[in-house]
Write a protein that binds this ligand. Structure first.
Ligand SMILES: CCNC(=O)c1c(-c2ccccc2)csc1NC(=O)CNCCc1c[nH]c2ccccc12
Length: 330
């Protein structure tokens, strides 16, 4: 039985958190986005057109003595923000920290959309969702976590994302030094392939909790906290000068004073998103107005507890108990 840990670094404005992995023999080092909201491990590769690569590290299966092409297999993924990628599949050795999976499906990109080409520091995604939504055809493949979870001390991983600072992903154990007090546990519905849960209520600032259940997913691959329109409206009503700005595609408000906290329930506990984390980023160089870290989930069908929510807590993704744990950071 094993455990492992790896550091993840926040990109500008915590837009994504990038984590080193190595693939193949000899090891090829890439830095990828660990994504609990999807289930494909795909990477920039030597099979892509040079024009689609702008600074990323690439996986070269021909330069790995342990790579083995999964004949006839392909993959294609499109995310809700319209970005997409596609390619073919190899089995190869993948190592994260001190943990190694010898025959992990590595999805080599042949094409990626501009959002990924323009994201110079990101060499791919490592899905930590449920393998049921892996896009490889004709036979969907397992995630790294699914492949290794039975060798771990416990079938779980934790995400300890930070605000503008390196965080960590741990595999197989809950680090007692990472949180204080008790972890609040809530059951997970994995039927859609996501880490889905239902929050019983929310509060704006210091007001009383409102009984309004919010069903959503814990998603390290989505930057913002996307909530029902009615909740978002109630939140921004408390901020002087906040308004929906169709040019920016979301709610914008004066960067100061600091907006109210946003609190959501997790079974018997609560999670507080501090107001200074809700001011996601200045929309203009004058730094007068800020784009909100809380926006509407309209059209998605569920809410998304993205990095803005996750970085407030120490979060346990427990596949054994099929539950999510939210702890107050130490
Ligand atoms: C905005 C990204 N999130 C989504 O599209 C998304 C949606 C979703 C569906 C419809 C409309 C809006 C969002 C549901 S679950 C979900 N979560 C994921 O898809 C998680 N993976 C996001 C990977 C991803 C998409 N664009 C990027 C750009 C940089 C780094 C990572 C990414």
């Amino acid at each position: 039985r094993q455990t492992g840990t790896v550091e993840t670094d926040a990109e500008k404005h915590d837009v994504e958190y990038l984590t080193p992995i190595s693939i193949g023999t000899p090891p090829q080092n890439l830095i990828v986005d660990f994504d609990t909201g999807s289930s494909d491990l795909w990477v920039f590769s030597t099979e892509m057109a040079a024009k689609d690569i702008k600074g990323q590290a690439v996986y070269d299966p021909n330069n790995s003595s342990t790579s083995e092409k999964l004949q006839g297999s392909t993959w294609q993924i499109t995310y809700g923000d319209g970005s997409s990628s596609s390619g073919d599949v190899y089995l190869d050795t993948v190592t994260i920290g001190n943990l190694t999976v010898p025959n992990q499906a590595v999805e080599a990109a042949t094409k990626v959309s501009d959002e990924f080409t323009d994201d110079a520091n990101n060499d791919g995604l490592l899905g930590l969702g449920f393998s049921s939504i892996n896009t490889v055809q004709p036979t969907p493949q397992n995630t790294f976590f699914d492949n290794i979870k039975n060798n771990l001390d416990a079938p779980l991983f934790t995400a300890d994302l930070k605000h503008g600072a390196p965080g960590s992903y741990n595999f197989g154990y809950i680090d007692p030094a990472a949180y204080v007090g008790n972890i609040s546990w809530t059951p997970v519905d994995s039927s859609q392939g996501f880490w889905s849960f239902t929050s019983p209520g929310y509060a704006v600032g210091t007001e009383a909790m409102r009984n309004h259940s919010i069903s959503g997913i814990a998603d390290t691959g989505t930057t913002l906290l996307l909530l029902p329109k009615s909740v978002v409206k109630a939140y921004y009503e408390e901020i002087q000068g906040a308004q929906y700005d169709s040019n920016q595609g979301g709610y914008v408000f004066p960067c100061s004073p600091t907006p109210p906290d946003f609190v959501f329930g997790v079974s018997d506990g609560i999670v507080t998103v501090p107001g200074d984390m809700v001011s996601y980023a200045p929309v203009d160089s004058a730094n007068q107005d800020c784009f909100g870290g809380i926006q509407s989930d309209t059209g998605i069908g569920f809410s998304i507890f993205g990095d803005v929510a996750l970085k407030t807590s120490f979060v346990v993704f427990d596949a054994g108990g099929l539950q999510l744990g939210w702890g107050a950071k130490n």
